[in-house]
Design a protein around this ligand. Sequence first.
Ligand code: RTP
Ligand code: MG
Length: 141
Amino acid sequence: MAVERTLSIVKPDAVAKNVIGEIVTRFEKAGLQVVAAKMIKLDDEKAGGFYAEHKERPFFKDLVSFMTSGPVVVQVLEGENAIAANRDLMGATNPKEAAAGTIRADFAESIDANAVHGSDSAASAEREIAYFFAADEICSR
Ligand code: RTP
Ligand code: MG
């Protein structure tokens, strides 16, 4: 297995619930390291560009509206098999279908307000990390 990087976002619902630390603890306990992090408030352009792959989907407007509804914590996670490992920790997109003990099962309210984002492939991770972080903002340990 290779050391990978992936982009994680603690979404506005989880920030509002004050569970940033609990979510980050799950990453750390699973052996992923936070190598970059910042809290930001997305605007329509930044959120829409991030989810550009979903632009034609019926839920796109609601997705952008939700992602701009409050601050988010954007972070780069690094570790063995980090992309799949993060997706496993997150659980299914719809929290009603998420396995017990996953972040979405424990903290998400709905398919719209679902607590976290994680890159879904190596190509997505590369694009998404560069979308939020300059190379000198990432600190490998
Ligand atoms: P994310 O990109 O946020 O990590 O979520 P994901 O990979 O699990 O799901 P994705 O298919 O990429 O969808 C992005 C976000 O759009 C919302 N969504 N709503 N109503 C619907 O059918 C629907 N499908 C997706 C979710 O909030 C999802 O996180
Ligand atoms: Mg996705």
